[in-house]
Design a protein around this ligand. Structure first.
Ligand SMILES: [Zn+2]
Length: 282
C-alpha cells in the first residue's frame, strides 16, 4: 500500500472515530444534531469573550436604551424553561453603527446600537433577540464547531487526493505553490459547499424558533416581517448574494416567516389572553 492511500485511510478512520464519539442532542424544533464539544466548555468560552467585549468595546451608557433592550431580552428569556432558563443570560449593547447582533454560547447576547435604527419598535427588537436566543437554545455553536471539525477532515482528504504527494512537505515531489493552491481551493469549496448552506439552515431554524419565542412573550410576530423589510431597504445592511453568505437572503426569510405566522399568531393571542403584554419603551 502506498503512503498516499495509507494517509487517506487514516483520515477516514479519524473522521469515523469523531462521528462515533460525537454526542447527540436535539434542537427545540426536534431536529437531531451531532455535538462533539462540551456545552459547558463552550459556555465558559462565551463568558470569557463577553468579558473581553465589555473590557474593550465602547458600550452604550444611556440608561433608557439599556433598560429598553433589557426589557425585551428579559421578556424573551422569560419564556424559556429547563437548561436554557438556568443559563446566566447577559446582554451588552455596543455603541457601533452596524446593523447587527450576535450571541455567544452560554447566553451572552451582544447588540450593536445600529440595529436600533432598523428595529423600529419593541416587537421588531424582539424578533432580533428571539433569533439570537434561539441560536443558544438550539446548541448552534456546538453543532457548527462539530461540523467544522468534520469538514476539516473531509477537506484534508480531498486536498491529499487532489495534490497527491506534492503537498507533503517531506516528500521529494513537494511543491509549495501547488500545495497552497489546492489547499485554498478545497477550503473555499468547504466553505461554499458544506459550511455556508449549513449556516443558512441554522439561521432559518433560529428564525423559526425565535418567532415562537417572541410570540410566547407577547410580542406581535407580524412585526418580524416588517423588520426584514426594513433590513432589506436599509442602506446599512450590505447585500451579499445568498449562496456566498451564511444568512438566507431577506426575501427568502420573509417568505418563510409569512408561512409560519398562523402558528405564531395563535401563541401571541394566547400570551395576550394570559396577560403577557410587554411594554418596553425606547
Ligand atoms: Zn443568526
Amino acid at each position: 500500500m502506498n503512503s498516499l492511500s495509507k494517509t487517506i485511510k487514516c483520515m477516514i478512520a479519524l473522521t469515523l472515530f469523531a462521528v462515533l464519539t460525537a454526542g447527540c442532542s436535539s434542537t427545540p424544533t426536534g431536529r437531531k444534531q451531532l455535538t462533539l464539544k462540551s456545552d459547558a466548555e463552550l459556555a465558559q468560552e462565551g463568558t470569557r469573550q463577553m468579558a473581553a467585549i465589555r473590557a474593550t468595546s465602547a458600550l452604550v451608557q444611556d440608561r433608557a436604551t439599556i433598560d429598553y433592550v433589557a426589557c425585551v431580552a428579559d421578556a424573551i428569556v422569560g419564556t424559556l424553561d429547563g437548561e436554557a432558563a438556568a443559563l446566566y443570560w447577559e446582554l451588552a449593547i455596543v455603541n457601533q453603527p452596524d446593523v447587527n447582533a450576535f450571541v455567544m454560547p452560554g447566553g451572552k447576547i451582544v447588540v450593536k446600537s445600529g440595529i436600533l435604527s432598523v428595529a423600529e419598535n419593541q416587537h421588531q427588537l424582539a424578533a432580533v433577540l428571539g433569533h439570537e436566543v434561539a441560536h443558544v437554545t438550539a446548541h448552534h455553536a456546538n453543532e457548527r464547531a462539530t461540523r467544522g471539525e468534520l469538514a476539516g477532515y473531509g477537506i484534508d482528504v480531498l486536498s491529499i487526493i487532489l495534490a497527491g504527494d506534492s503537498n507533503n512537505r517531506y516528500s521529494r515531489n513537494y511543491d509549495p505553490n501547488r500545495a497552497r493552491g489546492i489547499s485554498g481551493a478545497t477550503n473555499t469549496f468547504g466553505a461554499l459547499g458544506l459550511l455556508n448552506p449549513f449556516s443558512r439552515m441554522q439561521e432559518t431554524e433560529a428564525d423559526d424558533i425565535g418567532l415562537i419565542y417572541m410570540a410566547k412573550a407577547g410580542f406581535d410576530p407580524r412585526e418580524s416581517v416588517s423588520l426584514w423589510q426594513n433590513m432589506n431597504s436599509s442602506e446599512k445592511t450590505a447585500k451579499v448574494p445568498e449562496f456566498l453568505s451564511t444568512h438566507p437572503s431577506g426575501e427568502t426569510r420573509i417568505d418563510a416567516m409569512v408561512d409560519r405566522l398562523p402558528e405564531a399568531l395563535a401563541l401571541y393571542n394566547q400570551a395576550k389572553a394570559e396577560g403577557r403584554e410587554p411594554n418596553c419603551k425606547p
